[in-house]
Design a protein around this ligand. Sequence first.
Ligand SMILES: *Cc1c(COP(=O)(O)O)cnc(C)c1O
Length: 376
Amino acid sequence: MTDSRNWFEPLPSTRQRKLLASRRDGLLITVDGQRLLNFASNDYLGLSTHPKVCQAAQDAINEVGLGSGASRLVSGDDPLLHELEQELATWKGFEACLLVGSGMLTNLGLLQALADRHTHIFADKLNHASLVDGARLSGAQVSRFPHLNLEKLEQSIEKSGAKQRVIVSDGVFSMDGDCADVQALISLAERYDALLLIDDAHGTGTVGQQGKGLVAEAGIAGHKRLLEVGTLGKALGSYGAYILGTKPMIEGLRQRMRTLMYSTALPVSLLAGAQAALHLIQTTEVVERLESHVNYFLAQAQGLNMMPSTTAIQPLWLGSDESALEASRALRAQGYFVPAIRPPTVPEGQSRLRITLSAAHQKKDIDGLIKALRTL
Ligand SMILES: *Cc1c(COP(=O)(O)O)cnc(C)c1O
């Protein structure tokens, strides 16, 4: 007989994941009572603990309380929602913006609203899980192309007889740190009458002038065939996500996205914190500082088995689950927190350490990590 105690097959020990981080304190993370220097966070600019960001969130709580109480549809939009949507659209160079609960909710709801069984979705094989699941939920026909392989993508689109086509890709890839050629992708979208959806959760705040991301850097922001997704939970130091596109597209999504309509609106404190972070990105040198750290790391890491990446995500190739876990443990013993990334997050046999750099690191932190990496 099956009951809730034996419903799931136990996972092999190398696949089990449970980590007790008793607290995160800026760059430090306390794991099992040990304080470690954190090279695992997507808080690329260190803004989640910036005094101005935290103050803005606290002020908002004092003013309106914590929870938003209901979905945007039911209780209406706080003025700050519209203000931040407008600021994000302007910053990124798009006509319109829609704030949604999280990146996961955004991609699930967006693809479900955008695509149906008459749609053919062409997706990079290494896309984030939220894009994979969103495509599945939409009921569309889905073809996955080998990572960054534009020839294979084109062959696949050429053969499609679908009424609607959508190309879907991460911008900066979350576990590899490499980048989609968004310029080439938009050309394909034009040639084959398709829409292009770029999720640049990791490029935002980290890539290009003012950290505007890959799309702005390629000069294609605001293109009428383009939708961009980004999150508030990474470089913007808060929580939540947004979609950028043309006015009619964003309005269409606002009316149709189930994950927007049937989910509680983002708390105003998180919006206020993200807004403060956006202002810091626009008025300080924080993005340049991250960029200089990335260049410094690349110069110092010569000879290490780094995967090709020029972004703040710097994976060290290991291959097997066991060697990645062992390397992560060895770094922990030396005071560094760098997680082992294993299947199903990455394909079988491609386990790695995923190092993420932050503007909040000091050069000496990077020196220390590199020294520790050379002992592995
Ligand atoms: C982190 C991430 C998401 C999910 O965003 P959350 O706000 O954490 O749910 C979606 N897409 C990509 C590419 C991501 O890296």
